[in-house]
Design a protein around this ligand. Structure first.
Ligand code: NDP
Length: 285
């Protein structure tokens, strides 16, 4: 079997095109969507992420407000900024780029964000709503994975799904979304035994462990769908996912590439969440 490539760039472009129309509707009703971006310190990867988020936002007409703070910014100062953004009626969404510098209480900062402006979906209230099956904001990467599965028309009801990784921002919310889509879900992590066997039983594999090509192609069940969240840079500079792509693509029915799979979806889903917030403010949803 040769897998269908689930093209994240194409799927993201479609979502961003829809976003442009939704932004126009908001503008007609009053004020367009606005995202406040908080970046602390000078971590090069974070700077790249923030730049690409702001570039895409500009493309679809979402305004951004930049808050760049020095690496020695303290928790109290950050909390004060978050509270000011919470109170600002012109700000629909607040994004605090992670990781925050060591010494900053990241938990406290994320919890201080008004849940109605928490477009990353990391606030406990939004995670709780997701758990209850009534989500307000679904975290962007998990949402992107589900949209890619939908694009590939992957059948989830009754399917055996394996999520590799149990982080709060990726693995756990994806597992929850798959449960709600009626899949039978197993969550694997660093203490899981006989991982290859777990993978070989799964109809749907979501890999989010951050280990380059750790999941061997030969483990993949014939006809399974594979979503590779991992982004790993090899010493050669090449980017690879958590799955051994070429060998897995021989066995899977559908697979996401790295790069060009989940990555572009994460930013598109973030902007979609910001527009959701603006639509709620304007009573459009
Ligand atoms: P974390 O480091 O927070 O979590 C990694 C998870 O993988 C943990 O649950 C860990 O288990 C598990 N794990 C680690 N090693 C193994 C192993 N050998 N076997 C089984 N499980 C293992 O990572 P994130 O969830 O933040 O990110 C995961 C990957 O996704 C990274 O490569 C990251 O770069 C990428 N990513 C991509 C995004 C995108 O837009 N495409 C967005 C966000 C992340 P345990 O809990 O036991 O420690």
């Amino acid at each position: 079997m040769s897998a269908r490539i689930l093209d994240g760039k194409a799927c993201a472009t479609e979502l961003l095109q829809a976003a442009t129309g939704r932004v126009a509707q908001c503008v007609v009703r009053g004020a367009g969507p606005c995202l406040a971006v908080v970046l602390v310190g000078d971590d090069p990867a974070s700077q790249v992420y923030v730049r690409s988020k702001e570039r895409k936002a500009a493309e679809v007409g979402v305004a951004t407000r930049d808050h760049r703070l020095p690496a020695n910014t303290g928790t109290d100062e950050l909390l004060a900024l978050v509270r000011a953004l919470n109170d600002d009626p012109q700000v629909d969404g607040i994004l605090v780029q992670l990781p925050l510098p060591r010494g900053v209480d990241s938990e406290a900062v994320l919890r201080a964000i008004d849940p109605a402006k928490d477009v990353d979906g990391f606030h406990p209230e939004n995670l709780g709503l997701l758990m209850l099956g009534t989500p307000r904001f679904v975290a962007c990467t998990p949402q992107g994975c589900m949209r890619l599965l939908a694009m590939g028309e992957v059948k989830l009801a009754g399917a055996r799904a394996l999520v590799l990784g149990r982080s709060t921002i990726v693995g756990k919310p994806i597992a929850q979304l798959l449960v709600q889509a009626d899949a039978t879900v197993t969550v694997a992590h660093s203490r899981t035994q006989a991982l290859a066997e777990e993978v070989s039983r799964a109809d749907v594999v979501i890999a989010a462990i951050g280990r380059p090509e750790f999941i061997r192609g030969a483990w993949i069940k014939e006809g399974a769908a594979v979503i590779d969240v991992g982004i790993n840079r090899l010493a050669s500079g090449r980017l690879v996912g958590d799955v051994e792509y070429a060998a897995a693509a021989e066995r899977a029915s559908a697979i996401t590439p790295v790069p060009g799979g989940v990555g572009p979806m994460t930013i598109a889903c973030l902007l979609s969440n910001v527009i959701d917030a603006a639509e709620r403010r304007l009573g459009l949803r």
